[in-house]
Ligand binder design. Structure first.
Ligand code: 3NM
Length: 199
């Protein structure tokens, strides 16, 4: 999430999500009204502090220099960002996640040592301005068949009502913005996702 996604105070949302049991947090500060510069760094540090308290990895989307500066646990990059090999040279031993949308992108990410891949958008999403067309579960299933042990996270328009098929299709987990950030109290939402994936 980013501050721009939240209807409640962002640090409150993050803390409640951590209390409820999220297993990873990715700071994705993007789009209209997004924090920048010193403000972003201060917010990132607050998020990082909370994640440390709950022993949950703290990942930064896109802002590679910021991730390096505050010693985040890793970064998440898209296809238009810095090449994975170059990012790896800066983040040895840390988590690098990559968004992939095609088999070619997937194979390349794996060959270059991505620690996990994000596959989406599975469903229609309002949270990403340049999102591709919803892809459903077909590519997710294909990715799982190709790489039985690769950590795969499904993303895009996922709610507690449509997450079940994703587990069946091979996702290890789900990456969520709206369903968590647009709820008044995200704790029951996080718990519901958890019960789907732990079942
Ligand atoms: N990446 P929500 S879809 C950040 O397809 C992001 O790579 C996507 O937000 C991709 O849970 C997406 O509100 C938005 O749909 C996810």
């Amino acid at each position: 999430m980013g501050t721009q996604n939240c209807i409640e105070p962002p640090l409150q949302v993050l803390e409640q999500a951590l209390q409820a049991g999220i297993t990873m947090f990715q700071l994705r500060e993007k789009g209209e009204g997004a924090l920048t510069g010193k403000e972003l760094e201060m917010f990132a540090s607050e998020c990082q502090k909370l994640c440390k308290q709950y022993e949950v990895p703290f990942i930064v989307n896109d802002h590679i220099d910021l991730a390096l500066k505050i010693e985040a646990d890793g970064v998440h990059i898209g296809q238009d960002d810095m090449a994975l090999e170059k990012v790896r040279s800066k983040f040895k031993g840390k988590v690098i996640g990559v968004s992939v949308h095609t088999k070619e992108e997937l194979v390349q990410a794996v060959n270059q040592g991505a620690n996990y891949v994000g596959i989406g958008p599975i469903y229609e999403t309002k949270s990403k301005q340049d999102a591709k067309k919803p892809a459903g579960v077909a590519f997710l299933q294909q990715a799982r068949m190709l790489y039985p042990n690769l950590p795969i996270v499904a993303i895009g328009g996922i709610t507690v009502h449509n997450a079940q098929p994703l587990k069946k299709s091979g996702a290890d987990g789900v990456a969520i913005i709206s369903a968590i950030c647009q709820s008044e109290d995200c704790r029951p939402v996080v718990k519901s996702f958890q019960s789907i994936f732990e079942a």
